[in-house]
Design a protein around this ligand. Structure first.
Ligand SMILES: Cc1ncc(COP(=O)(O)O)c(C=O)c1O
Length: 416
């Protein structure tokens, strides 16, 4: 046998590959991810991440809550705790969710390590290798990443300015059934200010989606991290309002308080709770007790309402700044969505330009975005699209970044 030696220690090097699960084979680093690492350099203006504005993190409130919790409740807050989550926080979330149209009770709320963990737990309890998931194209990259690990396959439904085209769901369902001989496991929906597209599912389509899901006996995963960040127009009822018996609703503190807390929640039919709890126990026993106490303290003091109002004002200005800058600096042949809230817009460039190639030119101009292709679970689109984040950078930086991107685009257009 040809032994590969670790020369420093004179022991055989282990070939890890045959020990790894075949599931993880597709989890390697992608060229885009490598390029996006460059966006962390300080001189690059990045529209790539989904980051909230750090200047508005509630530092004082978090500091006060930490001190208070350590003083008053330190022994419980630093102890192991229930997998379902901290009781008073579950009560708070259930009540605030009900005010928002999600028919939640404390016993059907489960705290998670951000919505991202909720997506992973959903994969864990629903997806067998080769199962189909229905979703929009494009869709949230992190969901694809979570469910690829469980070997999901996807049939997708088109998205337009009014959100997911509900008319196409039945067709996608049928294709999944034909291809695998079993129905798709669920439909994944981003109703408000879609990541990456920025679009909102209009009310008529929410009703239609609920009807189709009922007809097809299809569970709905409603992922709603941005619902409270609306900058214009009226709030729309969550899909959960129409079909609570078949909806798993996901919420998170990431965009309204701070993503570093890693705190999200699932609202699900009671019958699923046991499965979620078991899956979560295997993953991490429970979400950090201390962080739940801190978030609960901040929430119970009524801080969130005013804070979210302030965030809406700040992000609205940033969105408008980006929209104006796009009009001013980008070639007429490009187009983009006009989100009513959230953190992202989706821009379309002429088909002759592949936004994965353009990223290299953009990085030379010291500006970054995420190319569209990774948001297509079957990699069948998005070549001429990109996601732009407007929440992270200041208005002045947004103008400069869009100007630089416009320059990269014009250069690329001159070359085709
Ligand atoms: C649609 C969507 N779902 C889930 C997440 C994960 O959020 P969290 O920070 O709560 O894990 C994000 C984060 O950007 C998102 O955009």
């Amino acid at each position: 046998m040809d032994l590969n030696l670790d020369l420093d220690r004179n022991v055989p090097v282990l070939d890890w590959e045959p020990h790894l699960s075949s599931r993880t084979a597709g989890m390697g680093s992608s060229a885009i991810r490598e390029l996006l690492k460059l966006t962390q350099q300080p001189d690059i203006i990045s529209f790539a991440g989904g980051l909230p504005a750090p200047d508005f993190f509630p530092l004082r409130e978090v500091e006060e809550a930490c001190r208070y919790i350590v003083r008053e409740d330190g022994r419980q807050a630093l102890q192991y705790s229930a997998t379902e989550g901290h009781g008073p926080l579950k009560e708070y979330l259930a009540e605030s969710m009900r005010g928002y149209g999600v028919p939640a009770k404390a016993h059907n709320v489960l705290l998670t390590n951000g919505s991202q963990q909720a997506l992973d737990l959903i994969g864990k309890i629903f997806i067998d290798p080769g199962d189909y998931v229905l979703t929009s194209r494009p869709t949230y990259l992190g969901a694809i990443q979570a469910w690829n690990a469980y070997e999901a396959r996807y049939h997708t439904v088109r998205l337009d300015d009014d959100g997911m085209v509900a008319d196409e769901i039945e067709h996608a369902y049928q294709k999944a059934l034909d291809d695998s001989g079993r129905p798709p496991k669920f439909i994944y929906v981003l109703p408000n200010f879609h990541n990456p597209a920025g679009t909102t599912l209009v009310q008529e389509r929410r009703e239609q989606l609920a009807e189709v899901a009922t007809e097809l006996s299809l569970p709905v995963v409603e992922d709603d991290p941005y619902g409270q960040l609306r900058y214009e127009g009226e709030d729309l009822p969550p899909i959960c309002t129409y079909v609570p018996e078949r909806t798993i609703y996901l919420g998170t503190f990431s965009k309204i308080l701070a993503p570093g807390l890693r705190l999200g929640w699932i609202v699900c039919p009671e019958i699923l709770m046991g499965r979620f709890v078991q899956a979560k126990q295997g993953a991490d026993l429970h979400t950090g007790t201390f962080v739940q106490y801190v978030a609960n303290d901040i929430c119970q003091r009524g801080f969130l309402k005013q804070h979210v109002k302030e965030l809406r004002e700040v992000y609205k200005v940033r969105r408008d700044t980006m929209l104006d800058a796009l009009t001013e600096f980008w070639p007429d042949v490009c187009s983009w969505t006009r989100p009513q809230g959230g953190l992202f817009l989706w821009a379309q460039v002429p088909q002759a330009i592949d936004t994965r190639d353009l990223l290299e030119q953009a990085l030379e101009e010291k500006v970054a975005y995420v190319p569209g292709v990774p948001f297509y679970p079957n990699e069948d689109g998005g070549y001429d699209a990109m996601r732009l984040n407007f929440s992270y950078s200041s208005p002045e930086t947004i103008v400069e970044g869009i100007r630089r991107l416009g320059r990269a685009l014009k250069k690329a257009l001159d070359q085709v």
